[in-house]
Write a protein that binds this ligand. Sequence first.
Ligand SMILES: Nc1ncnc2c1ncn2[C@@H]1O[C@H](COP(=O)(O)OP(=O)(O)OP(=O)(O)O)[C@@H](O)[C@H]1O
Ligand SMILES: [Mg+2]
Length: 235
Amino acid sequence: MLRLHNVQTFHGNVQVLKDLSIEVSEGEIITLIGANGAGKTTTLMSISGIVPPRAGEILFDGKPIQNVSPDDIVASGISLVPEGRRIFPRLTVMENLDMGAFLRRDNAEIKKDVNHIFELFPILAERRHQQGGTLSGGEQQMLAISRALMARPRLLLLDEPSLGLGPIFVKLIFDIIRKINTESRTTIFLVEQNAHMALKVAHRGYVMENGRITLEGSADTLLHNEDVKKAYLGI
Ligand SMILES: Nc1ncnc2c1ncn2[C@@H]1O[C@H](COP(=O)(O)OP(=O)(O)OP(=O)(O)O)[C@@H](O)[C@H]1O
Ligand SMILES: [Mg+2]
Protein backbone atom coordinates (compact mmCIF):
# COMPACT_ATOMS: atom_id res chain seq x y z
CA MET A 1 0.00 0.00 0.00
CA LEU A 2 2.79 2.40 0.95
CA ARG A 3 6.39 2.21 -0.14
CA LEU A 4 9.17 4.60 0.77
CA HIS A 5 12.18 4.00 -1.41
CA ASN A 6 15.54 5.63 -0.65
CA VAL A 7 13.82 8.70 0.74
CA GLN A 8 16.09 11.63 1.57
CA THR A 9 14.55 14.50 3.46
CA PHE A 10 16.21 17.69 4.66
CA HIS A 11 15.37 20.39 7.17
CA GLY A 12 17.16 23.34 5.60
CA ASN A 13 20.68 22.14 4.88
CA VAL A 14 20.54 19.28 7.34
CA GLN A 15 19.79 15.87 5.91
CA VAL A 16 17.53 14.01 8.33
CA LEU A 17 16.31 11.00 6.33
CA LYS A 18 19.11 9.10 4.63
CA ASP A 19 18.02 6.50 2.11
CA LEU A 20 15.00 5.54 4.09
CA SER A 21 13.06 2.53 2.78
CA ILE A 22 9.88 1.26 4.43
CA GLU A 23 6.97 -0.81 3.16
CA VAL A 24 3.49 -1.06 4.57
CA SER A 25 0.91 -3.59 3.39
CA GLU A 26 -2.82 -2.97 3.45
CA GLY A 27 -4.40 -3.96 6.77
CA GLU A 28 -1.17 -3.91 8.75
CA ILE A 29 -0.17 -2.04 11.87
CA ILE A 30 3.48 -1.17 11.51
CA THR A 31 5.49 0.71 14.08
CA LEU A 32 8.56 2.86 13.70
CA ILE A 33 10.62 3.15 16.84
CA GLY A 34 13.77 5.12 17.54
CA ALA A 35 15.44 7.56 19.88
CA ASN A 36 14.72 11.29 20.10
CA GLY A 37 15.84 13.04 16.94
CA ALA A 38 16.13 9.84 14.88
CA GLY A 39 13.80 11.25 12.22
CA LYS A 40 10.46 9.59 13.03
CA THR A 41 8.35 12.75 12.84
CA THR A 42 10.21 13.80 9.71
CA THR A 43 9.26 10.45 8.15
CA LEU A 44 5.56 11.10 8.81
CA MET A 45 5.89 14.67 7.52
CA SER A 46 7.45 13.37 4.32
CA ILE A 47 4.64 10.86 3.78
CA SER A 48 1.97 13.50 4.43
CA GLY A 49 3.57 16.04 2.09
CA ILE A 50 4.39 18.59 4.79
CA VAL A 51 8.17 18.24 4.29
CA PRO A 52 8.56 16.59 0.89
CA PRO A 53 11.69 14.53 0.29
CA ARG A 54 14.46 15.95 -1.86
CA ALA A 55 15.21 12.57 -3.38
CA GLY A 56 13.72 9.10 -3.43
CA GLU A 57 10.17 7.93 -3.94
CA ILE A 58 7.02 7.55 -1.89
CA LEU A 59 4.39 5.35 -3.53
CA PHE A 60 0.80 5.04 -2.30
CA ASP A 61 -1.15 2.33 -4.12
CA GLY A 62 1.75 2.29 -6.55
CA LYS A 63 1.43 6.00 -7.41
CA PRO A 64 4.16 8.51 -6.55
CA ILE A 65 3.01 11.04 -3.95
CA GLN A 66 6.28 12.69 -3.01
CA ASN A 67 5.32 15.83 -4.91
CA VAL A 68 1.63 15.87 -4.04
CA SER A 69 0.23 18.64 -1.79
CA PRO A 70 -0.76 17.80 1.81
CA ASP A 71 -4.49 18.35 1.07
CA ASP A 72 -4.41 16.05 -1.94
CA ILE A 73 -2.60 13.43 0.14
CA VAL A 74 -5.41 13.59 2.72
CA ALA A 75 -7.93 13.32 -0.13
CA SER A 76 -6.10 10.25 -1.43
CA GLY A 77 -6.66 8.48 1.91
CA ILE A 78 -3.75 9.29 4.23
CA SER A 79 -4.36 11.16 7.51
CA LEU A 80 -1.83 12.26 10.09
CA VAL A 81 -2.35 12.66 13.81
CA PRO A 82 0.56 14.97 14.59
CA GLU A 83 2.81 14.87 17.62
CA GLY A 84 1.48 16.84 20.59
CA ARG A 85 -2.23 16.32 19.81
CA ARG A 86 -2.78 19.54 17.91
CA ILE A 87 -6.51 20.11 18.04
CA PHE A 88 -8.27 23.45 17.61
CA PRO A 89 -8.50 24.60 21.26
CA ARG A 90 -11.20 27.25 20.76
CA LEU A 91 -13.46 25.07 18.65
CA THR A 92 -15.84 22.63 20.28
CA VAL A 93 -15.38 18.88 20.06
CA MET A 94 -18.10 18.78 17.38
CA GLU A 95 -16.46 21.59 15.38
CA ASN A 96 -13.08 19.84 15.60
CA LEU A 97 -14.65 16.71 14.15
CA ASP A 98 -16.26 18.73 11.35
CA MET A 99 -12.84 20.17 10.50
CA GLY A 100 -11.60 16.63 9.98
CA ALA A 101 -14.26 16.12 7.31
CA PHE A 102 -13.49 19.37 5.47
CA LEU A 103 -12.76 17.59 2.19
CA ARG A 104 -15.97 15.53 2.26
CA ARG A 105 -19.41 16.37 0.88
CA ASP A 106 -21.26 13.19 1.88
CA ASN A 107 -23.16 14.70 4.81
CA ALA A 108 -25.22 11.63 5.70
CA GLU A 109 -22.07 9.52 5.90
CA ILE A 110 -20.30 12.21 7.93
CA LYS A 111 -23.11 11.97 10.52
CA LYS A 112 -22.70 8.20 10.65
CA ASP A 113 -18.96 8.57 11.21
CA VAL A 114 -19.53 11.05 14.05
CA ASN A 115 -21.86 8.53 15.70
CA HIS A 116 -19.29 5.79 15.25
CA ILE A 117 -16.62 7.98 16.84
CA PHE A 118 -18.92 8.68 19.78
CA GLU A 119 -19.26 4.90 20.21
CA LEU A 120 -15.48 4.51 20.19
CA PHE A 121 -15.00 7.44 22.56
CA PRO A 122 -18.14 7.94 24.68
CA ILE A 123 -16.42 10.70 26.66
CA LEU A 124 -16.25 12.82 23.48
CA ALA A 125 -20.00 12.46 23.04
CA GLU A 126 -20.52 13.81 26.55
CA ARG A 127 -18.18 16.70 25.81
CA ARG A 128 -19.36 17.44 22.29
CA HIS A 129 -20.20 21.12 23.00
CA GLN A 130 -17.10 21.76 25.11
CA GLN A 131 -14.10 23.67 23.72
CA GLY A 132 -11.26 21.35 22.68
CA GLY A 133 -8.74 23.28 24.77
CA THR A 134 -10.63 22.50 27.97
CA LEU A 135 -10.35 18.71 27.52
CA SER A 136 -7.78 16.70 29.46
CA GLY A 137 -4.61 15.59 27.66
CA GLY A 138 -5.94 12.10 27.07
CA GLU A 139 -9.28 13.41 25.83
CA GLN A 140 -7.47 15.78 23.45
CA GLN A 141 -5.52 12.85 22.04
CA MET A 142 -8.81 10.99 21.48
CA LEU A 143 -10.15 14.07 19.70
CA ALA A 144 -7.00 14.36 17.57
CA ILE A 145 -7.34 10.72 16.49
CA SER A 146 -11.07 11.16 15.90
CA ARG A 147 -10.54 14.24 13.79
CA ALA A 148 -8.11 12.31 11.57
CA LEU A 149 -10.63 9.45 11.29
CA MET A 150 -13.27 11.89 10.03
CA ALA A 151 -11.35 12.03 6.75
CA ARG A 152 -12.01 8.26 6.41
CA PRO A 153 -8.35 7.45 5.89
CA ARG A 154 -7.22 4.11 4.51
CA LEU A 155 -3.84 4.79 6.08
CA LEU A 156 -3.62 6.46 9.48
CA LEU A 157 -0.30 7.96 10.58
CA LEU A 158 0.02 8.36 14.35
CA ASP A 159 2.90 10.36 15.86
CA GLU A 160 3.49 9.39 19.50
CA PRO A 161 -0.15 9.05 20.50
CA SER A 162 0.70 7.90 24.03
CA LEU A 163 3.21 10.64 24.84
CA GLY A 164 2.59 12.26 28.21
CA LEU A 165 -0.51 10.23 29.01
CA GLY A 166 -1.14 8.32 32.21
CA PRO A 167 -1.30 4.51 32.13
CA ILE A 168 -5.09 4.29 31.84
CA PHE A 169 -5.21 6.57 28.80
CA VAL A 170 -2.19 4.83 27.28
CA LYS A 171 -3.98 1.49 27.46
CA LEU A 172 -7.15 3.02 26.06
CA ILE A 173 -5.33 4.60 23.12
CA PHE A 174 -3.62 1.33 22.22
CA ASP A 175 -6.92 -0.57 22.52
CA ILE A 176 -8.49 1.95 20.15
CA ILE A 177 -5.60 1.62 17.69
CA ARG A 178 -6.21 -2.14 17.57
CA LYS A 179 -9.95 -1.59 17.18
CA ILE A 180 -9.56 0.94 14.34
CA ASN A 181 -7.31 -1.56 12.57
CA THR A 182 -9.52 -4.61 12.98
CA GLU A 183 -12.99 -3.05 12.65
CA SER A 184 -12.46 -0.89 9.60
CA ARG A 185 -9.27 -2.52 8.26
CA THR A 186 -7.56 0.86 8.45
CA THR A 187 -3.83 0.47 7.91
CA ILE A 188 -1.80 2.05 10.69
CA PHE A 189 1.68 3.55 10.73
CA LEU A 190 2.52 4.12 14.37
CA VAL A 191 5.47 6.16 15.63
CA GLU A 192 6.12 5.57 19.31
CA GLN A 193 8.64 6.02 22.09
CA ASN A 194 6.67 3.48 24.09
CA ALA A 195 8.34 0.67 22.14
CA HIS A 196 6.93 -2.05 24.33
CA MET A 197 3.28 -1.10 23.81
CA ALA A 198 3.90 -0.31 20.14
CA LEU A 199 5.46 -3.70 19.43
CA LYS A 200 2.65 -5.39 21.34
CA VAL A 201 -0.01 -3.85 19.10
CA ALA A 202 1.90 -3.87 15.78
CA HIS A 203 2.35 -6.68 13.28
CA ARG A 204 5.77 -5.51 12.10
CA GLY A 205 8.27 -2.92 13.18
CA TYR A 206 11.19 -0.82 12.02
CA VAL A 207 13.96 0.57 14.17
CA MET A 208 15.39 3.89 13.08
CA GLU A 209 18.72 5.44 14.02
CA ASN A 210 20.00 8.72 12.60
CA GLY A 211 17.63 8.77 9.66
CA ARG A 212 18.23 5.17 8.64
CA ILE A 213 16.47 1.86 9.27
CA THR A 214 18.83 -0.36 11.24
CA LEU A 215 16.51 -3.24 11.99
CA GLU A 216 13.16 -4.55 10.80
CA GLY A 217 11.07 -7.60 11.41
CA SER A 218 7.91 -9.00 12.90
CA ALA A 219 6.90 -7.20 16.07
CA ASP A 220 7.41 -10.40 18.01
CA THR A 221 10.97 -10.84 16.72
CA LEU A 222 11.81 -7.25 17.64
CA LEU A 223 10.31 -7.65 21.12
CA HIS A 224 12.75 -10.49 21.74
CA ASN A 225 15.75 -8.92 20.00
CA GLU A 226 18.60 -8.27 22.48
CA ASP A 227 19.59 -4.90 20.96
CA VAL A 228 15.99 -3.68 20.95
CA LYS A 229 15.54 -4.83 24.53
CA LYS A 230 18.61 -2.91 25.68
CA ALA A 231 18.08 0.27 23.68
CA TYR A 232 14.30 0.67 23.65
CA LEU A 233 12.64 -1.63 26.15
CA GLY A 234 14.84 -0.93 29.14
CA ILE A 235 15.40 -4.59 29.90
N1 LIG B 1 11.83 22.24 11.33
C1 LIG B 1 13.06 21.79 11.56
N2 LIG B 1 14.15 22.53 11.26
C2 LIG B 1 15.40 22.06 11.47
N3 LIG B 1 15.69 20.84 11.98
C3 LIG B 1 14.65 20.06 12.30
C4 LIG B 1 13.29 20.48 12.13
N4 LIG B 1 12.49 19.48 12.54
C5 LIG B 1 13.31 18.50 12.98
N5 LIG B 1 14.61 18.84 12.83
C6 LIG B 1 15.77 18.00 13.17
O1 LIG B 1 15.67 16.78 12.48
C7 LIG B 1 16.07 15.69 13.28
C8 LIG B 1 14.96 14.65 13.35
O2 LIG B 1 13.84 15.22 13.99
P1 LIG B 1 12.47 14.46 14.15
O3 LIG B 1 11.51 15.39 14.76
O4 LIG B 1 12.09 13.83 12.86
O5 LIG B 1 12.88 13.30 15.17
P2 LIG B 1 12.00 12.28 16.00
O6 LIG B 1 12.56 10.92 15.76
O7 LIG B 1 10.56 12.48 15.71
O8 LIG B 1 12.31 12.70 17.50
P3 LIG B 1 11.37 12.70 18.83
O9 LIG B 1 11.35 11.29 19.31
O10 LIG B 1 12.10 13.59 19.75
O11 LIG B 1 10.02 13.22 18.43
C9 LIG B 1 16.44 16.28 14.64
O12 LIG B 1 17.83 16.41 14.68
C10 LIG B 1 15.76 17.63 14.64
O13 LIG B 1 16.50 18.57 15.39
MG1 LIG C 1 8.95 13.07 16.80
